[in-house]
Design a binder for this molecule. Sequence first.
Ligand code: SB7
Ligand code: NI
Length: 178
Amino acid sequence: LRAIAEEVSFPLSDQEIILGEKMMQFLKHSQDPVTAEKMGLRGGVGLAAPQLDISKRLIAVLVPNPEDEEGNPPKEAYSLQTLMYNPKIVAHSVQDAALADGEGCLSVDREVPGYVVRHARVTVDYFDKDGQKHRIKLKGYNAIVVQHEIDHINGIMFYDRINEIDPFAVKDGMLVIE
Ligand code: SB7
Ligand code: NI
């Protein structure tokens, strides 16, 4: 998990395509209360190939929209659902942001409290499984999740970004996302 993962080249191998599909399936399962229980999974919104011991630059992101106050399902199930091959942050805001509740990681079996300081907004380039290039702009929770996953392919863990001396320090202008 501390290695810099290798870029993939196009066209992808069948293995690399299947790996992406498996990663997305894993996230779907981990969010389904029934299968999650059976498999003993913690709900995941993202996954990076190095977490499966595959040192390639591939991440999967699946961020569900919440139900409304009455418990009705959202219009769109997901606010972000993407497989990204060779994702790269090409621009980011000066403003920082952190989740109010901190972060956790499927690969870390303990809680590490504190604000994980990240960019509030990012522009990300990536390739899809067909080798098409995409550029997306993200903010809020989606931006945080994608940065957490891109960190994994660069060997960075979320707790590396927590202020050691004062874990809940708020740099001026930093957005705290509830
Ligand atoms: C909180 C959790 C995640 C991202 C951002 C905030 C992902 C948790 C699952 N993973 O460990 C994926 O790398
Ligand atoms: Ni993680």
